[in-house]
Write a new protein. Structure first.
Length: 202
């Protein structure tokens, strides 16, 4: 990991999205953030930039800047997710606006000041599988808990580089990581295996 990256990064939103119900499916067209999400329990699908990713406990995604996303929870076991939004180049706002922008058009004047920072290792969506006690998820839970307790601004600015360090460790192969092409194949296999209409009789 380059020590110079994400010097001005900031976590602007973090929470446990608990018990998302299938009827609450929703889509954002172009989210202005780097988005880290993982499944704590249950299952469902995140569709990121038109690529469906099947979520189950320990599945982690890290999205590019300005991604589209759809949330589709399983009807029987709706997923519970940990979610963190990061702005890689976040100017000091007074007061800070702790919210990502969710469309390609400006939602506030700050829209034009927030920027991405190029990460050559993460130009596409990063997809990983890790144990639920993995350091990245433990750190993610800590970030969410501290963020939700209305911590001072220096803490959301300290978190991103710690999260990025763990993401680089995953990228280096410490846990299972699949290329996008292989992930698409695995997603299709999972889809057919879970299709109730399929029969095992020949």
């Amino acid at each position: 990991m380059n020590e110079q990256v994400w010097q001005n990064a900031m976590v602007i939103y973090a929470l446990h999205a608990l018990g998302i119900h299938p009827s609450d499916a929703f889509t954002y067209t172009q989210v202005q953030s780097r988005f880290l999400a993982w499944c704590e329990s249950g299952k469902g699908v995140l569709k990121i930039n038109n690529m469906p990713i099947r979520m189950f406990p320990g599945k982690v995604v890290f999205t590019p800047w300005n991604h589209s996303i759809s949330w589709l929870a399983d009807s029987k076991e709706p997923f519970q997710m940990g979610t963190i939004h990061i702005i890689p180049d976040m100017p000091h706002e007074n007061p800070p606006r702790y919210s990502p922008f969710h469309a390609a058009s400006p939602e506030a004047p700050e829209f034009y000041n927030r920027k991405d920072e190029f990460l050559p290792e993460f130009t596409d969506t990063g997809i990983f599988e890790v144990p639920l006690d993995h350091p990245l998820l433990e750190l993610g839970r800590y970030v969410i808990n501290r963020f939700q307790s209305e911590c001072p601004e220096f803490m959301p600015r300290a978190f991103p580089r710690m999260l990025l360090y763990e993401l680089y460790a995953l990228k280096a192969g410490e846990c299972c990581h699949y290329p996008v092409e292989l992930q698409n194949i695995l997603n299709n296999i999972d889809h057919y295996l879970e299709d109730d209409r399929l029969s095992t009789q020949f």
